[in-house]
Design a protein around this ligand. Sequence first.
Ligand code: SF4
Ligand code: SF4
Length: 308
Amino acid sequence: MKRKPGGKDWISEQLCVPMGRTCNLYCRYCQSPPRGEPAAPLKKVLAEVVRRRIKAVSLEGGGEPTAGNDFFDWVAALKKAGVRHFMLSTNGVALSDPEFCRKAVKEIAYFTVNLPGADEKTYAHATRSVKFAKAMKGLENLKALGTGDRIRLFHIIYRGNYRRLPAFADWTAGTLPDLAFVNFTFVRNAGRVADSAELVPRYSEVEPYLKLALGRLKLAGIRAVVQNFPLCRLKNFEGFSFEFHRWRRGDRVLEAGVAGKAVCAACSRCRLEPACCGARADYLRIHGRAELSPSALDPAAIKPEPFQ
Ligand code: SF4
Ligand code: SF4
């Protein structure tokens, strides 16, 4: 565990609590679809919290943590077990209820809001729902309660939204100028994606739109990071890479639970390899490895973009 000077150390010490078991959306690309039960029952989670003296948790899926009717029961039980800091990963729909939002703001330090589109058409395609207005209302409620700087936007890039990345950046800059940061994560070929080239675009297709979006956010003074996207497809924008930031901090480049890198001839000749997410086997199954090209760039020479 690395400590950041003067930073919120609890963020890197937190335990992921996959409490979600159902969802109020039906996203096409859902990588961890709900299964009707939490991945670990509350009793087991509480025992681990007590045994490891956990002080910070991130409430997550498979599924949407707020979609059950016992969200605040879990929060109360975790607090009783010693948890002091909560992060919530949510699609934001439940936050459209002002009372729910008000209660959540009292308990949750950071809200990671999964928003696949900032326009109704893109959102409806991604989520197969008509809940765009509710998602927007959830963000409005958070803002109205003065928590704009406690919002992190999580935007999964898939074939249905990558051309809208620059527009998404503009919308973010105009609507949530105080937010903590934007995380662009390239879709993983897992869960409902099921090897579909209809859902997984090529890196090279996404690259120009992604770079434009990153540039626009930077000009607007908004922090951004890109996850699960190889450094060789981020030329001149490598400092936005999430995995590069982890490498700089001395953390394992891939987060716990993320599948290891695939063996790839280009990567084996690449100087960026230690700081890169590398070739992803789930991606190679669909599009192959022709887009990956080894680099002679020393990762230590990359200038990091501000992140957290
Ligand atoms: S991606 Fe998240 S919001 Fe969408 S269906 Fe899966 S759990 Fe629900
Ligand atoms: S060649 Fe492989 S290691 Fe090098 S930047 Fe591309 S994906 Fe990363």
